[in-house]
Design a protein around this ligand. Sequence first.
Ligand SMILES: Cc1ncc(C[n+]2csc(CCOP(=O)(O)OP(=O)(O)O)c2C)c(N)n1
Length: 576
Amino acid sequence: MELLSGNEAIARGAWAAGARIGAAYPGTPSTEAMEAFAALPEVYAEWCTNEKVALEVALGASAAGARAFATCKHVGLNVAADPLFTAAYTGVGGGLAMLVADDPGMYSSQNEQDSHYYAAAAQLPMMDPADSQEAQDMTRDAYELSERFDVPFLIRSTVRISHTRTPVEPKMRTEAPEHPFESDPAKWVMMPAFAKPRRVVQLERVSALKAWVEECPYNRIIEGERRVGIVCAGAVFQHVREALPTASVFKLGVTWPLPAQRLRAFADTVDALYVIEEASTYLRDAVAAAGITVHDTLSPLPGAGELTPSLIRAAFGEEQPAHHDAAEDVPARPPALCPGCPHRLVFKELARLKAIVCGDIGCYTLGALPPLSCMDTCVCMGASISMAHGFELALGATDHRPVVGVIGDSTFAHSGLSSLVSTAYNNGAGTICILDNRTTAMTGRQGNPFNGTTLQGRASREMDIEGVVASLGIEEITIVDPNDMQAVRSALKAATANADTLSVIVFRRPCVLLERVREKPYLITSCTGCGVCLTLGCPAIGKHADTGLSYIDMDLCIGCGQCAQYCRFNAIEVAE
Ligand SMILES: Cc1ncc(C[n+]2csc(CCOP(=O)(O)OP(=O)(O)O)c2C)c(N)n1
């Protein structure tokens, strides 16, 4: 037995099935799955620039005959949706499984969309493991099934499944069957003449999947009292078993297509059937559509966020145990930019400029929080540059605050680049700040095209941002050290001064967690209590409750000197 996280187990399942090509873009809570896969023998794995590219790489490998593995977070599937829907027409060569990890509760995401809808909309089979053993076994089986039904399989997890460690009987690797590539345009060239017959193939396949799912051992019934019957899947199954141990449960392992006949038969064996799921009505609607009466719980379950055993007990009017999972048990730990984070001064200076800041997704999104409070929009990866262009278009003729798009290096490679191409092409104006901290920090410091680090340490072509930007014909390009307050200030001032130009500032300094260099810490010698240093939001700087004076926690301070540049009284010095 091994104790594996769901992500590690999914990787293990793909490996055991003989998958040999992996492609992904990182995204919590999915990231560790591709990292774990990359660490296994006899596989090639890479970070791609985005999820669309990753799925296309995996689909190409599958077409060529290899078993392939792709992973992403739920919003990543939006990016990959274009190839996804048509991969449901082409089908596969070698088996193809794709993990999509959802984030009900939005621990690290901008929304909590339910990926089940993608399975239903694209007509792709989806499995929902409820622990790491199932995560491994379902993923492994997905490859044989993918080849049998000629279709990619989706493995859906949530943050609880991906990040919880449970015991796994590890499976060993078996070599995948050969599927030598032979040109077959009718299967792989999806132009109307070929796609129309493939659509018919798809519909026939759906019928075959619907028959298979009625027999599939991953859908199982846990017999209990007749009074209450629950339909659920994934992590919710664990909560239901804990909260309602005597209830009858239909545990779905395959959540698309649903085993309608078996569900109807189950409904006949219980007095009242309930569907419990997180942040969605996908299952409830699908079960109801199968002609089954779905009952309402005594009090409604929340429609948003993660479920817990306590919430489920409460919804059924069950007594709570003496200690239950109450939110107040957990101390709040609001996220903050690290001490020494190279993103900090950019936001401090943008706030000073009173700029309209179109932000993006990465560690730097924390610039939206107090005390920096310097972001006006953040929607999805890459949107900073295109939304800034929209602002410029709408405000252009008026006398307006400077419009600035702020984006990280990985996000720029992901989708910001195509936004910048579009802005440049349309002769847009404004200022774009690319925060190049030499890594994809937010998700755990993965490689990206602009730092040239690859997932398995293979050779790379490290791309240079300014070269790429210059090739778009953008003349105003500056490279600035973001720890130098004066340089940041004057670069922003110069770039935003001319309302008609498109300027790009590359703020370049490595993330402090990359090399973990610590200089001598700073200390505050004679604080006047003006509080300016506190406006940087550095976790190493605090305020004495009694005197109102600032202090530096020398254990947290890494000696970046950002704060010293803001102290008008020269009261912040290196501790000797
Ligand atoms: C479509 C999509 N894929 C993945 C993610 C997860 N994710 C959020 S930010 C980010 C990358 C951030 O890297 P970078 O832009 O370099 O900024 P940093 O965190 O280093 O400051 C990733 C992968 C996401 N939110 N959306």
